[in-house]
Design a protein around this ligand. Structure first.
Ligand code: SME
Length: 179
C-alpha cells in the first residue's frame, strides 16, 4: 500500500469520529484531569499522571509528555511513548519554538515544519502547548501522532484547557525563577 493511502486511511479513522463525539470524550477527559490533578500539587507526579491519562484516552497518539525549561534549554520530563531526545535548545524544533514564543503550535505535518526534531520516526503530526506560570513559560506539553492532521481546533481548545489545569494545580513556582 502506498504511504499516501496509509495516511488517508488513518485520517478517515479520525474524521469518522464526529465533532460531538470528540467533544464528549474531551469533556470527560477534562473532568478526569481535574480530579487527578486537583488532589496533588507535585509537578512531576502531575506531569506523569497527565501524560498517562492523555496517552491512554486519546486515540492515535504515539507520544505524550513534558519538557521543562531549565537555563534556556528544554529538558525531558515524564512521558509515555518511545524514548525521546533529552535536551532541546530554546527556539529549536516544534517544542523549542512553542516555548520561545509562548504560543501553542499545532503542526498538521511535521515533515513540513523546518527544524522539526524527529524523536520517533512514527510521528507525523504534533501539538505543543506551553505551560505558563505567572506569565512565563516553564514547560511544554508535547503530543505526537502518526496521523497527518490529527490535531484539529477542537483538540487544541480542550488540550489548552487541560494544560491550564496542570499549571493551575501544580507547584511550578520555583521554576519561574530558574529561567
Ligand atoms: N518533535 C519535537 C521533539 C520532541 S519529540 O517529538 C518527543 C520537536 O520538534 O521539538
Amino acid at each position: 500500500m502506498l504511504r499516501s493511502d496509509v495516511r488517508q486511511l488513518r485520517e478517515a479513522k479520525i474524521v469518522h469520529q464526529s465533532i460531538e463525539e470528540k467533544a464528549k470524550t474531551y469533556r470527560l477527559l477534562v473532568k478526569q484531569a481535574a480530579a487527578l490533578l486537583g488532589s496533588e500539587t507535585d509537578y512531576i507526579a502531575n506531569a506523569a499522571n497527565l501524560s498517562a491519562l492523555l496517552y491512554q484516552n486519546l486515540p492515535e497518539l504515539n507520544w505524550a509528555g513534558f519538557y521543562f525549561l531549565r537555563a534556556k534549554e528544554l529538558v525531558l520530563g515524564p512521558f509515555q511513548g518511545q524514548v525521546a531526545c533529552v535536551r532541546i535548545p530554546l527556539a529549536k524544533g516544534v517544542c523549542g519554538s512553542a516555548a520561545a514564543s509562548g504560543e501553542i503550535l499545532r503542526v498538521a505535518d511535521v515533515h513540513q515544519f523546518a527544524g522539526h526534531i524527529a524523536c520517533d520516526a512514527a510521528s507525523n503530526a504534533e501539538i505543543v502547548l506551553p505551560i505558563m506560570q505567572r506569565g512565563k513559560v516553564v514547560a511544554v506539553l508535547d503530543i505526537d501522532s502518526p496521523v497527518v492532521g490529527r490535531f484539529e481546533a477542537l483538540d487544541q481548545q480542550y488540550l489548552a484547557e487541560i494544560a491550564a489545569l496542570y499549571s493551575h494545580c501544580s507547584d511550578l513556582e520555583h521554576l519561574v525563577g530558574s529561567n
